[in-house]
Design a protein around this ligand. Structure first.
Ligand SMILES: [Zn+2]
Length: 460
């Protein structure tokens, strides 16, 4: 039937990364999200496989938000022939500029390192993509405004396809998408934020849909409901009393800015003593600047947003970062990456993990297989830069700072949907999380739901 619409799940199916959903209708193809697989090696290797359809045959990509597991495969798609348009919000584009170029630079550096050390099965080792590929991808971006009840603008209209973007509170510029094809509505949740985030505004209400693609990162878990302010102050005060410092591995986009706000507020409110705060991540610094530019999209007013640059020392250069090794007083260092899989935070971990006076405070989701997940589950020896390091520092996981809605928050949001969708597809979760959220949709809401498999194609 020519009227058929098919939806294929090329990522984030039974796992949390690699979001890529292909819609096919009337001989047309569009992609919702174009993410990198991250975490375990067998997942990362998927980034090297051929894309299941010819990238040149895809006319557009719609991005829910800038995180690399939703946008980081774009340069590779472009390298392999995609030449359509990438639609997203302004803030998503500004963040992608930072993230995609940085990801490309890391890929190039890693390939060069492997070649220098003949440390590759493939000679020569190649980057997944280059900075030139990232620039070519960024040249295809076109921005779209948010739709909301006061401003129900149509978003993008391409023949019998239209897509509108609705703020969903996860990070700056993030959205859920209402995709309308041939009279049918498909809602893609993207990564759902929360009602009471420190910085992001609450998600917009869900709109009517026939089909729902819903994330389930925390589909089987509830966030800790301890008081964010008291609990964080308590950990910091205990660490300072012991003469230690606090290291916060943080995601450069989103959590770094929420943590900066939280910690500078604690200091301003005198809930913790005066101590220096460093943001040691060039990317998180650039993202903080994007946030300061887009202050209308979040809860902090312009003045409070600008104040972050005065309250915190930004260490952009390598020399400034190395100088932090010689601090002789308690301090708070925020550094990326958030799951301690790479970046400057590894140098700080290497130096700080062995000392029982220090605290390492994780502030977001830790995917299985990452160093962050190992530390949070209490492993006592961790490999960094090729050798094992004893873990004597205190490890804390502040999951109440998560940028993802938990199981209850997701269900509560969905209950506000005008009518039940015909079918729900539960994605973007590890197996147990997705499956238990599917059961919750079935049993608590009485909705038809399934967990699609990687590569599965369904007809809508
Ligand atoms: Zn995300």
């Amino acid at each position: 039937m020519t009227n058929d619409i098919s939806l294929s799940f090329f990522g984030a199916a039974g796992t949390v990364t690699g979001s890529r959903y292909l819609l096919e209708f009337s001989n047309r193809r569009v992609l919702v999200d174009c993410g990198l697989f991250q975490g375990y090696k067998h997942l990362r290797e998927r980034n090297w496989r051929d894309f299941p359809v010819d990238p040149a045959s895809i006319e557009a990509v719609f991005l829910t938000h800038a995180h690399l597991d939703h946008s980081g495969y774009l340069p590779r798609l472009v390298q392999n022939g995609f030449n359509g348009t990438v639609f997203c919000t302004k803030a998503t584009r500004d963040l992608c500029k930072i993230l995609l170029l940085d990801a490309a630079k890391l890929q190039e550096e890693e390939a060069a390192y492997r070649n220098r050390h003949h440390y590759s099965r493939h000679e020569p080792a190649l980057p997944l993509y280059t900075q030139a590929d990232a620039k070519a991808a960024l040249a295809l971006f076109e921005t779209v405004g948010f739709s909301d009840p006061d401003n129900p603008q149509p978003g993008v209209s391409l023949g019998d396809l239209s897509v509108s973007f609705h703020a969903n509170g996860h990070i700056l510029g993030s959205s859920f998408l209402d995709v309308q094809v041939a009279g049918r509505h498909i809602l893609f949740s993207g990564d759902m934020g929360r009602g009471n985030d420190l910085i992001m505004r609450a998600p917009e209400l869900p709109v009517y849909c026939d089909y729902l693609v819903i994330e389930s990162t925390y589909g089987n878990r509830l966030h800790d409901n301890r008081d964010i302010w008291d609990e964080t102050a308590k950990i910091i005060n205990e660490t300072i009393a012991a003469g230690g410092s606090i290291l916060i591995p943080t995601f450069a986009v989103g959590r770094a800015q929420a943590m900066l706000y939280l910690i500078t507020e604690l200091r301003n409110r005198k809930m913790i003593p005066y101590l220096p705060i460093f943001l040691d991540s060039p990317m998180a610094i650039s993202v903080t600047e994007v946030m300061q530019r887009h202050y209308r999209y979040h809860r902090l007013n312009k003045a409070r947003c600008q104040q972050l640059s005065r309250d915190v020392t930004f260490t952009r250069t390598v020399e400034e970062s190395i100088a932090l090794n010689n601090l002789h007083m308690p301090a708070i260092i925020l550094s990326a990456s958030g799951m301690a899989t790479g970046g400057r935070v590894l140098h700080h971990l290497n130096r700080m993990l062995g000392d029982h006076r220090n605290t390492v405070m994780f502030a977001g989701y830790q995917a299985s297989g990452t160093r962050g997940a190992r530390l949070v589950t209490g492993e006592k020896r961790i490999k960094i830069f090729g050798s094992y390091q004893d873990v004597r520092a205190r490890i804390e996981s502040l999951d109440f700072l998560s940028a993802h809605a938990d199981r209850m928050e997701l269900l509560r949001w969905l209950q506000q949907m005008p009518t039940a969708p015909k079918r729900c597809f539960v994605t973007h979760g590890e197996e147990a999380a997705s499956d238990q959220f599917r059961i919750a949709l079935n049993e608590d809401l009485g909705w038809a739901a399934c967990v699609p498999e990687m590569g599965e194609k369904v007809t809508l």
